[in-house]
Design a protein around this ligand. Structure first.
Ligand SMILES: Cc1cc2nc3c(=O)[nH]c(=O)nc-3n(C[C@H](O)[C@H](O)[C@H](O)COP(=O)(O)OP(=O)(O)OC[C@H]3O[C@@H](n4cnc5c(N)ncnc54)[C@H](O)[C@@H]3O)c2cc1C
Length: 480
């Protein structure tokens, strides 16, 4: 066995002591619930080593605990607290910041088996779910009741509600409907010591006490484990109409986006794809999006007056220099274009090694951000695919590089830093939706400043003084 030490909270344990503590935890869980809840086969636990991020530290977890009930989560956390074992909660592992990555000294707590939709309440427009429900399944289930759950990350078909809550996931709907936080009314949380906390409410309004629900949304598994969520639903909207505009330059598409926002339009989707992304998607899907197009804007409206909304957006696109604008009220065509957008990351992945950024600026600054990314790409000679939720000011510049070439790798990291820094200069944030995880710890400190980080640490210390939950996420000084 390897020797060494692991630090967590205030204490330091040897590798041997950590393994013994983990063994005791697993043994106790097995005694109480049977061997089904525990996975130690290294061929399987290796699948829990990392999420979908790059450039993030990861290790095969010492074991995976896969509970089916809240009581099993409680037992796991009580035992982890008692024996000093660290725990990393995990949903589907689709995260893009490394927050669900395993640690060699930690147990990964995979919530994927807790996947029941407990109650849909059409009268109050709410749904109660367990954390392992796949987001697309939830959306389909409530649609049958004539209701709509808007959050739709690009990973909607495989990510989980628990992961969405813990990352405050966004998606294409945010420009009109907001982010996951806007739909979470209340949570059931198992705290780091195993106590069960209920936050929030099931009512439309409610102001009793601090807004603990919001505190846990976006906490990336560092403050507690979500075991149940009460979510707000809205009436099912009209079928969306879609518009696609082609531009002769990425900058002119950026100007159109700023114009659409400034003029007060609220499309239900406003996405942008640059030439690199369009070509990559075309190569993968053979959709024929256009070989001579420099940028595309995809807009949808699900308002009753969608035709007028899209006509207004069309005018702004043409004024900004769009060379071609096509509108369609055919839902099948709309879904196909949406699929093209969802394929952006998988398509860019095929171009080489990649480093994905996620920055968000005030929406009227989107054209400036785009110009800066173009300038960085030209200067560094790197291919940077740009796509994202332009209507929110949230872009995902994807830097393509060669992992085997040290210079190319360093250049990619420098470009990543430059883009992130530029977003801050423009009054934006270092992460619009993917979270801090491991990838952006330095940048969190940069954005929050010393007082902001002190408050973050105080909150964490109050809820998890031993550093049991995800000890290497968010905070720079904590051990990797
Ligand atoms: C192709 C692709 C497209 C994507 N598109 C988008 C997008 O449009 N918008 C967007 O926001 N994200 C997007 N993502 C990122 C990712 O899908 C989201 O961050 C998603 O919310 C993660 O969900 P998950 O279930 O996979 O969580 P995981 O990756 O397993 O975990 C993410 C975080 O949540 C924590 N966590 C998970 N479950 C719980 C729980 N029950 N209690 C406490 N903490 C928990 C983990 O510890 C970790 O911190 C995309 C990813 C991919 C691969």
């Amino acid at each position: 066995m390897a020797t060494g030490t692991y630090a967590f909270g205030a204490s330091v344990m040897t590798v041997e002591a950590t393994q013994q503590s983990t063994d005791r935890l697993l043994h106790s869980l097995e005694q109480a619930f049977g061997s089904d809840v525990i996975i130690t086969d290294p061929d399987i636990t290796v699948g829990y080593e990392r999420d979908e991020s790059r450039f993030t530290h990861s290790h095969r977890p010492s074991a995976v605990v896969a509970p089916q009930t809240r009581d099993q989560v409680v037992a796991c956390m009580e035992l982890a607290h008692e024996f000093g074992v660290t725990v990393v909660p995990r949903g589907a592992g689709s995260g893009l910041s490394g927050a669900a990555n395993g640690r060699g000294d930690s147990v990964t707590l995979s919530l994927h088996r807790m996947n029941r939709i407990t109650a849909i309440d059409p009268g109050n427009r709410t749904v109660v779910v367990e954390p392992g429900v796949v987001t697309a399944d939830l959306r389909a289930a409530v649609a049958e009741a004539g209701l709509y759950y808007p959050p739709d990350p690009g990973s909607v078909d495989f990510c989980t509600i628990g992961g969405n809550i813990a990352t405050n996931a966004g998606g294409m709907c945010c420009v009109k409907y907001g982010v996951t936080a806007d739909f979470v009314l209340g949570l059931e949380i198992v705290l780091a010591d195993g106590r069960v906390l209920r936050t929030g409410r099931r009512t439309v309004k409610g102001v009793a006490g601090y807004d603990l629900t919001r505190l846990f949304v976006g906490s990336e598994g560092t403050l507690g484990v979500v075991t149940e969520a009460t979510l707000r639903l809205v009436p099912r909207p009209c079928p969306a109409q879609t518009l696609v505009a082609s531009f002769p330059s990425l900058e002119s598409a950026g100007v159109a986006v700023s114009g659409i926002v400034e003029r007060g339009f609220t499309p239900s989707m406003l996405e942008i794809l640059d030439r690199t992304t369009i070509r990559a998607v075309d190569d993968l899907t053979k959709m024929g999006l256009g070989t001579d197009v420099e940028a595309l804007i995809l807009a949808q409206s699900d308002d009753p007056d969608a035709t007028d909304v899209l006509a207004g957006i069309e005018k702004i696109c043409v004024a900004a220099g769009a060379t071609d604008v096509v509108a369609s009220d055919d839902p099948a065509e709309g879904s196909m274009l949406l699929e093209a957008r969802r394929m952006a990351l998988p398509a860019l992945e095929r171009l080489g090694d990649w480093l994905l950024d996620d920055v968000c600026v005030p929406r009227t600054q989107i054209a400036d951000l785009i110009s800066s990314i173009q300038e960085i790409a030209d200067r560094t000679k790197l291919t940077i695919g740009v796509f994202g939720h332009a209507g929110d000011g949230n872009l995902h510049p994807t830097i393509i590089y060669d992992e085997k070439d040290t210079e190319s790798k360093q250049s990619a990291l420098n470009a990543f830093d430059e883009i992130t820094s530029r977003a801050l200069e423009l009054g934006g944030t270092v992460t619009g939706e993917h979270g801090v995880g491991h990838l952006k710890k330095r940048w969190l400190a940069e954005e929050q400043g010393p007082v902001g980080m002190d408050v973050h640490r105080a909150v964490r210390q109050a809820l998890d003084p031993n550093g049991t939950l995800s000890p290497s996420v968010l905070f720079e000084s904590e051990e990797q």
